[in-house]
Design a protein around this ligand. Structure first.
Ligand code: URP
Ligand code: ZN
Ligand code: ZN
Length: 460
């Protein structure tokens, strides 16, 4: 596999910053220290660069069949685009159709993931309930799929009710696994969608109107209440609004173990995006929707204060042409989701760190180490330490760029961050001990990514 020496960089962890060399052998960090006297197959001079642990995206949907379409990035293109932006591993959601075996779905996802270029793990979505599901959850955990997701929305498709959610929580508790939920009140969303449709309100802007923030706040509070009764830790995915932050903070102040994730689109966009001409608002149709102004300040504050712990992307891209346009006459038919895996680090660095919303150490905590800890991968992932996987982002803080679908690696004809100015970029990205991105060019190997068998987290 070979060896690599990274000299003169500044290592950034969740707590520290220090100048040090890093020596990598056979895909693993073998030594860290000043002026390391070793001979390596290759040496990189990282003067003027930060060294971050490879970032982890714990929320992606690659090649996901959803609302009659399949998300455009598969495991090869999605992991490659991730590397180009500094994300060196991810956790994707296996979503079995209601009534289907979890294990068969897991096998199907493993097959899809065979062409991944970087490491990946899976969460298992629970879309129905039976004794078989409970038994299969135990098999998943043994296989290293140690987290589950329930959808409190998408009525008539993959939504579970409160009774089913309680069964999921109880089973996960007995297995030591973490349950996450998509928190929106699916019954109310269906009611509001129906009402808007009957009034002829069918353009993309009504997507947000059909699932206002209180709908998310209520479901988040309910999820926390169920977890309180069952006495089990939970993780709330894609938090988009102040009501949800409030529900999480209240639960945490009661002493509950509740974690929350948000995404760049909720931190950086507001609902004016739905007014874009030429049906471009459809690009932002995702659930939860992009919120009115004011919510993002609360999300930034919650990241800063530690009430929210992670930023993932919910990367679930659909082309505008041929996919999003399925809902040209009815927002309910627009496949929900958008791209983002490639842009997360640059956006968080530019709009988080450089605008003093979070510190550089917090950025590493939120994107690298905390995701690894919460999902049973630390310190193999999410850390620059001896023995850890050699996934390292060598970050140049100076270059300025503009995000565009014309230049991104993601397989998507649109960017939800089109025109956003960014500062900072990875000059090199080391994955599994090998430089797989250098000076704007990818050098990846199809199928080189490995399945991450995740551990149970004994104590959060
Ligand atoms: O709109 C979204 N978020 N699509 C992906 C599925 C989900 O709810 O996470
Ligand atoms: Zn969701
Ligand atoms: Zn998602």
């Amino acid at each position: 596999m070979g060896s690599l020496l990274i000299k003169n960089g500044e290592i950034v962890t969740a707590l520290d910053r220090f100048n040090s060399d890093v020596y990598i052998e056979d895909g693993v960090i073998a030594a860290i220290g000043q002026d390391l006297q070793v001979t390596a197959d290759r040496t990189i001079d990282a003067q003027g660069h930060y060294l971050f642990p490879g970032a982890i995206d714990v929320h992606t949907h690659l090649a996901l069949p959803f609302m009659g379409e399949i998300s455009t990035d598969d495991f090869e293109s999605g992991t490659a685009a991730g590397i180009a932006g500094g994300t060196t591993s991810l956790i994707d959601f296996v979503v079995p159709a209601p009534g289907n075996s979890l294990i068969e779905a897991l096998e199907a996802w493993k097959e899809k993931a065979k062409n991944a270029v970087s490491d990946y793990g899976f969460h298992m979505a629970i879309t129905w309930w039976s004794d078989q599901v409970a038994e299969e959850m135990a098999v998943c955990v043994k296989e290293g799929v140690t987290s589950f997701k329930a959808f409190m929305a998408y009525k008539g498709a993959i939504m579970v009710d409160d009774g089913q959610l309680m069964s999921i929580l109880k089973t996960a508790k007995s297995l030591g696994a973490l349950v996450s939920a998509h928190c929106e009140n699916g019954e109310l969303v269906a009611e509001l969608q129906e009402r808007l449709a009957s009034e002829g309100k069918l353009s993309p802007m009504y997507h947000e109107k059909s699932r206002p923030s209180y709908v998310e706040g209520e479901a988040t509070q309910r999820f926390a209440a169920l977890a309180r009764g069952i006495e089990v830790p939970i993780y709330v995915v894609h938090v988009s609004c102040s009501e949800a932050v409030e529900a999480i903070s209240k639960a945490r102040s009661r002493g509950q173990t509740v974690f929350g994730e948000t995404c760049p689109q909720y931190l950086l966009l507001d609902d004016s995006v739905y007014q874009k001409p030429d049906f471009l608002g459809a690009a932002y149709v995702m659930s939860p929707p992009i919120r009115p102004e004011g919510h993002s300040e609360v999300l930034w504050g919650a990241l800063k204060s530690g009430q929210l712990q992670t930023v993932a992307t919910d990367h679930c891209p659909f082309h505008q042409k041929g996919q999003k346009e399925m809902g040209r006459d009815d927002f309910r038919k627009i496949p929900n989701g958008g791209p983002g895996i490639e842009n997360r680090l640059a956006l968080m660095y530019t709009y988080g760190v450089l605008q003093n919303k979070i510190t550089l150490n917090q950025m590493v905590e939120i994107l690298c180490s905390r995701p690894a800890q919460l999902f049973g991968m630390y310190p193999k992932k999410g850390a620059i330490m001896v023995g850890a996987d050699a996934d390292i982002v060598i970050w140049n803080p100076e270059p300025e760029n503009v995000i565009s679908a014309k230049t991104h690696f993601m397989k998507n004809d649109t960017s939800i961050f089109e025109g956003f100015k960014i500062k900072g970029e990875p000059t090199w990205v080391v994955v599994d001990g090998r430089v797989q991105f250098e000076e704007g060019k990818l050098d990846v190997v199809q199928g080189a990514g490995k399945f991450i068998k995740r551990q149970i987290v004994e104590q959060y």
